[in-house]
Design a protein around this ligand. Sequence first.
Ligand SMILES: [Zn+2]
Length: 181
Amino acid sequence: MLGRSRLRIPEPGELSRGQAVVAWRFWGVGESDDGEYRLQSPFRATVWEPGTPFAATCLSPQLTLGPLRHRHQAPDPGCRCGVYGGTYRELRTFLYSNLVRPSSTPVLGRVSIWGVVLEDESSSWRGSFGYPERLLVPTLLRNAFRVARDLEAYGVPVTMLDLQDMFSALHPAGRPGLTVR
Ligand SMILES: [Zn+2]
């Protein structure tokens, strides 16, 4: 699953924000202290703040299974840390096999990834920094319209995705409801 990783840009090069890789991913949403919906990393509930690049950190004691159990900057080739993004096909396949109930519906979208960017063999990327590039809010999501309104705080295009679009976008045999690449 982890696979080997290679540096996309030879050391000491890093991608600037203007050179960012743009990839598909999904986010969870949660309410902030002041009652606004915000993006979260799906498996950690770490908040992505509007207007601020999300900086990846490593939780290597929990995440690293191999011998590379040392502190490092995220991402690290021997670890799983970093801001994730992948191809549309990967996102679709993952969601199709993991979406079991509407309450688990995530916000879909594209993310810019920059800094040190590693490309995994499965053509997904892990990088130091990330920021949403566009967001798609499924109407299946609880309070979807409020979520979409609040997510406009990120300053990127926010689009509602109705049930049919969602199905078409995610079903492998379905008619693509979105521009894919
Ligand atoms: Zn790590």
